[in-house]
Design a protein around this ligand. Sequence first.
Ligand SMILES: Nc1ncnc2c1ncn2[C@@H]1O[C@H](COP(=O)(O)OP(=O)(O)OP(=O)(O)O)[C@@H](O)[C@H]1O
Length: 252
Amino acid sequence: MTTATTTRHAAGVADAVKVYGSGDTAVRALDGVSVGFPAGRFTAIMGPSGSGKSTLMHCAAGLDTLTSGAAFIGDTPLSTLDDRRLTLLRRDRVGFVFQAFNLIPTLTVAENITLPLDLAGAKGSREWIDALVDVVGLRDRLHHRPAELSGGQQQRVAVARAFAGRPDVVFADEPTGNLDSRSGEEVLNLLGRAVRRMDRTVVMVTHDPVAAAHADEVVFLADGRLVDRMESPTADKVLDRMKAFDTKGGRS
Ligand SMILES: Nc1ncnc2c1ncn2[C@@H]1O[C@H](COP(=O)(O)OP(=O)(O)OP(=O)(O)O)[C@@H](O)[C@H]1O
């Protein structure tokens, strides 16, 4: 997706509507959202509970489909892909980090990190994997199993795995939700380093202003709509913005 200002978007949605259910019980989780996630940047998606953050992420990442509107990874409109192509696109061009670390317990750290490449039958670049291992600080743990690591270390493995195939974009859904604040801070620093030092793109859903402050930009959702964007966020500024949602019933 490209705009007139030549910002290249690694992913995005246009006029996105997502309705769950039908009739009286229908929920309009996304109500006409248009947003691009710039390549080489760290974007956080924030908003009150139920505002549509996870739905936006899942639809933008091709994990779920929109009711109407379009979702893109790079220039590829996801609605044009059949299931097989969509699966390949997710595997080859998108990385994921979830709140639960989702590591394979029987594999070592090294094997978990290269799993996406192995599944794809791709060799990957040894230099890239090497650099990743250093960025996540796990060189002395490569032959350990996940159960031998702390939660923070496990999430760092999950982050390395997400970046292993050099995807266009990594989507992170509450990546620090299961971590204490110190381990969470390490994982957020790591995501920031991947973006700034390794020219990666990260889109993170969070409800935590401290986490959002690690991003280059925060986009705010309320009631399924994009209501604000904030460049160079700080935790205080994000918190203030979130308080406005509480007092104004979600509308700015
Ligand atoms: N599978 C589903 N079926 C029906 N309704 C759903 C489904 N998933 C989400 N919703 C509804 O859609 C709305 C948006 O949900 P979503 O999970 O995207 O919000 P969120 O901002 O990520 O919330 P939270 O911060 O609590 O995780 C909510 O009203 C939710 O109840």
